[in-house]
Design a protein around this ligand. Structure first.
Ligand SMILES: *Cc1c(COP(=O)(O)O)cnc(C)c1O
Length: 378
């Protein structure tokens, strides 16, 4: 098979107007032939304009999937996928520690709609077995969870889903197909906040769903009703950004490994799946090989220390979101996991002094010096 980096550049390309770089095709009114079917109508909300399909096809190829769909945000991808797979009366197994909005979607929208939701552990397959029922339809996990970077054994999820006839969904945002192609190992619907690593430049909000042609057809039908299609201009930017995913993400993984090692050796409590001390290190090695992602979490004594630390960093930008070229830091208790409340965070093991770092492509020595001086000043 053609190598990953070659497919990053060439997969899905449509060579519109014979250029290496496609134009942005924005037209909302497009000619319809007299014998055209409904599917032939070109319209942005139907997600069938060339900028949308080019990048969707490329992402599908990278994840080892038959088909792909890009969306207006990661949440548009997640909601369209869940509403396509589930119906009232169905039962969903969902990892208890997920992206905050995903958790709220399941508990505050799927449940009132009539879907039974059981929250299970991502790392304890026994909790899936205990919760599965005759009406269980799907299992939803995150490959690498936020913010403690626990690694879900996707091979075990696939085996479990096949054994019980479930649809498997994995939010692959933190892992990316660089660590492991989600659909190739058998996940039915691979989900992304493309806002993060896939675009990689902190300037586009987008999402993606990758899977079989039949499943993507269903998700697309749902997205057309929910209305979360990706604007062609944003699709063009995502297409531009994703071509360097391999170069960027490998540099971020290498930097993160060095930084995590440095922090660990300094005696700081650090969560990084690449460290032998991480509880899921063996699973991560089997699933990912020699790279472990660009996210690192550190535990400082309390909220005040964490805030002081973040605000004395010179290169590491204090702000939420992740996956950009520039390193950034955020305190999940105040940002991504604020809505959980103190009890919810305590249940998930998210301390007030936890700082989540998104490692960029700067020089690792500069980043280590920066983190070191901020720790010295605590
Ligand atoms: C950011 C994020 C989302 C939501 O994506 P948006 O693009 O902000 O809608 C979902 N899952 C994970 C893991 C994320 O980091």
């Amino acid at each position: 098979m053609t190598a990953f980096d070659t497919r990053l550049v060439h997969a899905g390309e449509q060579r519109l107007l014979d250029g290496t770089i496609p134009p942005v095709v924005r037209s909302t009114v497009n000619r319809v032939a007299p014998d055209a079917a409904y599917e032939d109508i070109r319209y942005p909300r139907l997600s069938n304009l060339p900028n949308q399909t080019t990048v969707a096809d490329k992402l599908a190829d990278l994840e080892g999937a038959e088909a792909g769909l890009v969306t207006a945000s990661g949440m548009a991808a997640i909601s369209a996928a869940l509403f396509a797979v589930l119906a009232p009366g169905d039962h969903l197994l969902m990892q208890s520690v997920t992206y905050g909005a995903t958790h709220v979607l399941a508990c505050d929208f799927l449940r009132p709609w009539g879907v039974e939701v059981d929250l299970v552990s991502g790392v304890d397959s026994g909790s899936w077995r205990r919760a599965v029922r005759p009406n269980t339809k799907a299992i939803y996990v995150e490959t690498i969870s936020n913010p403690l970077l626990r690694v879900t054994d996707l091979e075990a999820v696939v085996a479990f889903a096949r054994e019980h006839g479930l649809v498997s969904l994995a939010d692959h945002t933190f892992a990316t197909p660089v660590l492991v192609p989600g659909a190739r190992i058998g996940i039915d619907l691979v989900l992304h906040s493309a806002t993060k690593y896939l675009n990689g430049h902190s300037d586009v909000c987008a999402g993606a769903v990758l899977g079989s042609a039949a499943r993507i057809h269903d998700v697309k039908a749902r997205l057309q009703l929910l209305g979360g299609s990706l604007d062609p201009e944003a699709a063009w930017l995502l297409h531009r950004g994703v071509k360097t995913l391999g170069l960027r993400f490998r540099a971020q993984c290498a930097n993160a490994m060095r930084i995590a090692t440095y922090l660990h050796e300094r005696g700081v409590t650090v969560h990084y799946p690449g460290l032998p001390s991480h509880p899921d290190h063996a699973v991560a090695r089997r699933l990912f090989g020699a790279r472990f992602g660009g996210m690192v979490a550190v535990e400082l004594s309390d909220a005040a220390a964490a805030e002081r630390f973040m605000n004395t960093l010179a290169f590491v930008f204090p702000g939420p979101s992740l996956g950009g070229l520039e390193s950034s830091a955020t305190r999940p208790a105040a940002t991504s996991h604020a809505k959980l409340g103190p009890a919810g965070r305590a249940e998930q093991g998210i301390a007030d002094g936890l700082v989540r770092l998104s490692i960029g492509i700067e020089d690792a020595d500069d980043l280590i010096a920066d983190l070191g001086q901020a720790l010295d000043r605590l």
